[in-house]
Design a protein around this ligand. Structure first.
Ligand SMILES: [Zn+2]
Length: 401
């Protein structure tokens, strides 16, 4: 179920004003009905536009991407008007200032390919020009660019093609999660260690404030960018070169150098180190567990659900390796360890059936468990916990528990 509480697709904030409750209407563009009957029978979809109180973005929180058949029907855009052609010329000239002489340029959602073709023409095909679109519209003809009839993957495709420039014109207003998409482009560009520019162009709804026009709001556009929400979006993914309102303030364009934030880069470095350590530590503990099994000592694990079950999963413990699993919680006793299969026994079982080694996967509860063992007069050669790549003696090693 779609919910406002999942937050603004630009900034994540869930506090909104119910901006325009538009009821249920059919798609407005991606239909191309061939008769009145067909046009009247098109399915209707709920439209409830809300405005973010932080970044002022407006979106239809009931939008479902699956309801727009981009793979079957083209999203035709009229590109021939004289002023529009001038607009295209102006943005093309601005973009090429930032590019090398033999650029790789990708247009996502290239439609019939006019724009990327124009750039390829400008460079006299001296470069690598690619267009991605799930619609059929540009799948034939004498294109100067390589056409891919599919959705663009913002990570894998950036890593694969290493573009100098990514273009998204009249596209991000169609996306479910524009922020996630653009931040993914920024992250993938960082992994490429290459300077990649992003050029975005979207319809701007600032003029709705003065005109109160509602024709802007149709299902295929779940997102409506104000100049503030557009800047908020781009700021999250790099260094903004320029943001301009063009074509009589009706569209807004942004050029930025894609770059993750310094906070993300710091966190990545930190996370990468920890994840490498965890990988090594898991292997080391598996080795120590095998040594315990080979020792033929009698061993029990305290706890068989939650973290204790996860301990057995991650260290690939088998039923026969450690058949004794105990717990003092009567609700768990008599049930079986998920995914491993031991029947969970009550801790008093150890009174009649002593073991030499006790493993406590829940380190943070170990002190209470040891107290409980004392009250049952249980003693062990070893009480082991998992800590930094080793099974440590709880009572004699230094650890934070
Ligand atoms: Zn927002």
């Amino acid at each position: 179920m779609k919910s406002i509480s999942s937050g603004c697709p630009v900034c994540g904030n869930p506090s909104v004003n119910r901006f325009f409750k538009a009821g249920s209407n059919t798609l407005a563009t991606v239909v191309w009905a061939e008769s009145t009957k067909e046009a009247l029978e098109v399915k209707k979809h709920a439209q409830d536009y809300v405005q973010c109180l932080s970044c002022t973005h407006i979106w239809n929180y009931l939008f479902d991407w699956e309801e727009v058949p981009y793979g079957n029907k083209p999203n035709k855009m009229f590109n021939k008007g004289a002023n529009w052609k001038l607009h295209i010329k102006e943005i093309t000239e601005n973009l090429i200032k930032y590019l090398p002489s033999f650029p790789t340029i990708i247009e996502i959602g290239c439609g019939n390919g006019d724009f990327i073709n124009g750039l390829a023409e400008h460079y006299k095909s001296s470069g690598y020009f690619l267009g991605f679109d799930p619609s059929y519209e540009s799948s034939d003809g004498n294109n100067l660019f390589e056409f891919h009839q599919r959705l663009f993957d913002p990570v894998d495709d950036v890593i694969k093609y290493k573009p100098n420039l990514i273009i998204m014109r009249h596209l991000i207003e169609h996306l479910n999660s524009p922020n996630a998409f653009i931040q993914s482009l920024a992250w993938a560009s960082h992994l490429n260690k290459l300077s990649t520019y992003l050029f975005c162009e979207v319809p701007c709804v600032d003029r709705v404030y003065e005109t109160h026009r509602v024709a802007d709001f149709y299902y295929e556009h779940p997102s409506h960018f104000t100049s503030k929400s557009f800047s908020t979006l781009l700021e999250k993914s790099g260094e903004i070169i320029d943001i301009k309102k063009l074509y009589g303030q009706e569209v807004i364009t942004g050029l930025l150098k894609l770059k993750p934030s310094s906070n993300q880069l710091d966190n990545y470095k930190f996370s990468l180190n920890i994840s490498k350590d965890i990988l090594n530590d898991v292997e080391n503990i598996k080795y120590e567990i095998q040594k315990l099994i080979d020792s033929n000592k009698k061993i029990a694990i305290w706890g068989g659900t939650g973290k204790c079950a996860a301990f057995m999963h991650h260290y690939e413990i088998k039923l026969n390796d450690f058949p004794i699993v105990i717990d003092s919680d009567d609700r768990k006793v008599g049930t079986f360890v998920p995914g491993v299969g031991q029947k969970i026994l009550h801790s008093s079982y150890l009174v009649e059936n002593p073991v030499q080694v006790l493993i406590i996967p829940t380190q943070w509860r170990a002190r209470d468990i040891i107290e409980e063992c004392k009250s049952l007069n249980l003693s062990f050669e070893s009480i082991l916990i998992e800590h930094k790549g080793h099974l440590l003696e709880f009572t004699s090693y230094n650890h934070p528990y």
